[in-house]
Design a protein around this ligand. Structure first.
Ligand SMILES: [Zn+2]
Length: 325
């Protein structure tokens, strides 16, 4: 709070001449102001779309990406080409279950600090503020929007120290058919809000659950791959909706994709301490870090680093009350 008065406003909107940042650029022609000038300040309105894909094994994604990079996973490839695609490692000893993983990536703390150690928990157990709460305190003009694909992520977003979202939807995931309308319906909801809130600063978080749900039932294989490809289709739709926004040229979008955990070799299970289970990834159209691998717990801070620095040159992330782990 003490620093709030010293932060430069990030919502001053100016149309940067001729500079267009595409969240889904097909090549590296589109550059940010920073890349073109070497300056750290941009006058565009910061916007965020953070996509969590439950239980998506990075090595499987990479294999599919190679196969479908010109087609159904083109959005993944475009984002990565413009920014980064790197490993995000969960440290040894952390439970590689979903609720602990999402809690870690939403709070920037490992389990021992945030307190969610299994998928069975009470939202009141969450001991650290989520990125939604932090952002709402620092940038109250932002609308935080969370879409939960599962009761547990719904619970995390509804936790007491979470500032209410403008729109929080719970979608249950039907399994068995491989592809159902769940992924599409959630995407439709986000696209609708992208159309409604044309002049609003937004931080949108989505949790796609379908990939993990299918894997628990069928393991790796055709249905798993089809679920990943369907998400690829829908991320393309999201990117298109972003670039269709009325004031898109005045906006600076950060799009982030990651997963909460990997899987065991059969694809069915996870929760253990093997390297593949501890391997998440971080794909973004922004160069969130120069490293080729990051700690999973750093994801929210890397995202918040996209905000302008304060008058002392500190990033917002250094002010977060979530850095003690
Ligand atoms: Zn799972």
């Amino acid at each position: 709070m003490r620093n709030k008065n010293f932060i430069l406003s990030g919502i001053c909107i100016l149309v940067a001449q001729g500079v267009l940042l595409s969240a889904c650029a097909k090549n590296s022609v589109a550059k940010t102001i920073e890349e073109q000038t070497g300056q750290t300040k941009t006058t565009k309105r910061k916007q965020f779309l953070v996509i969590g894909i439950d239980g998506l094994t990075y090595s499987v994604l990479q294999t599919l990406q190679e196969q479908y990079k010109q087609t159904r996973l083109r959005a993944f490839d475009s984002l990565a080409n413009e920014g980064i695609s790197i490993k995000a490692m969960i440290r040894h000893g952390e439970p590689t279950w979903s609720a602990p993983g999402w809690a870690t990536s939403l709070t920037g703390n490992w389990v021992e600090k945030h307190g969610i150690s299994s998928n069975t928990y009470n939202p009141a157990d969450l001991q650290r503020p989520t990125i939604f709460a932090v952002l709402s305190a620092w940038k109250p003009e932002y609308l935080t929007v969370g879409y939960a694909g599962w009761t547990s992520t719904d619970g995390l977003m509804s936790a007491p120290n979470k500032v209410p979202s403008i729109k929080k939807a719970m979608f249950t995931s039907a399994t068995g058919s491989g592809i159902d309308s769940y992924t599409v319906r959630m995407t439709d909801e986000v696209i609708k809000n992208l159309q409604v809130y044309q002049t609003t600063s937004m931080y949108i978080f989505m949790h796609y659950k379908q990939v993990d749900a299918l894997a628990h039932q069928f393991g790796y294989g055709d249905l798993y791959n089809r679920a990943v490809l369907e998400i690829g289709d829908n991320i393309k739709r999201l990117c298109q909706a972003i670039s269709n926004r009325t004031h898109y040229a005045e906006e600076d979008w950060t799009v982030v994709i990651y997963t909460d955990h990997g899987r065991q070799p059969s694809g069915f299970d996870h929760g253990g301490d093997t390297e593949v289970e501890r391997t998440s990834f971080l794909i973004s159209n922004k160069k969130l870090t120069a490293q080729n691998s990051v700690d999973f717990v750093e994801i929210p801070r890397l995202i918040l680093n996209q905000f302008d620095k304060d008058i002392f040159g500190n990033s917002m992330a250094t002010h977060l009350p979530i850095s003690s782990y």
